[in-house]
Design a protein around this ligand. Structure first.
Ligand code: IDP
Ligand code: MG
Length: 202
């Protein structure tokens, strides 16, 4: 799980997990409990103490609704796969609440992938991303950031699980059909890179 989730899980184990049923859990602690209950149901909390042993009032808390930025990459638009890929998102409980097709400029692609500037594949990645149109979209749903990463599959399609978008459709580690934000901070930044708030309709 991402580091942020682990930090929040620790907060729960030290705090909210000790609460008795009916206790009012406030503020930061309540948020941590909320995240923890969701994480526990998905994959079990590390370190025990919570997860299936969590008090009933934590198990009943729903997963957080999130938004994440998704891009259907040029290899996907070239092969006319936008509908097929969107069907996988929708089948996985993700809702497309904003969507636009555009051709990225060199400058936009370099800025969007700025975090990868020092990596050996940066120039090739930028060339690929400007080689054809993309579809940028905001996906919304329970735990959308992690859920989308799961549905996308591993970066290299050779390592992607069966049924994931990259296993189904990717051509290569570079032309891997989809981008998805990898953290809440990245999601907020990447959604703002492409969309105004008024363009996102949940
Ligand atoms: P992610 O898309 O699964 O988050 P990142 O490591 O963030 O993977 O890399 C961003 C994108 O850069 C990948 O989706 C892929 O298109 C490309 N990429 C990553 N690693 C390689 C590589 O080793 N060779 C060529 N392209 C790569
Ligand atoms: Mg990434």
């Amino acid at each position: 799980a991402p580091a942020g989730v682990h930090a929040q899980l620790r907060a729960v184990q030290q705090g909210a997990a000790g609460h008795a049923e009916g206790d009012v859990v406030e503020g930061q602690q309540a948020h941590a409990a909320y995240v923890c209950a969701a994480a526990a149901r998905r994959k079990g909390c590390p370190g025990g103490g919570v997860g299936l042993n969590a008090p009933q009032h934590l198990q009943d808390i729903p997963m957080a609704t999130e938004r994440t930025l998704s891009i259907l990459k040029p290899d996907a638009t070239r092969r006319n796969l936008t509908g097929k890929i969107n069907a996988v998102f929708e089948g996985a409980g993700l809702r497309i609440v904003a969507q636009r097709r555009l051709h990225l400029s060199q400058q936009q692609a370099e800025a969007f992938y700025g975090a990868h500037r020092e990596r050996g594949f940066f120039k090739d990645l930028v060339s690929f991303m400007v080689s054809g149109p993309v579809v940028v979209q905001v996906l919304e749903g329970a735990d959308a950031i992690a859920q989308n990463r799961k549905v996308m599959g591993a970066t290299n399609p050779a390592n992607a699980d069966a049924g994931t978008i990259r296993k189904l459709f990717a051509e290569s580690i570079e032309a891997n059909s989809v981008h998805g934000s990898d953290s809440p901070e990245a999601a907020a930044h990447e959604i703002g890179f492409f969309f105004a708030g008024t363009e996102i309709v949940g």
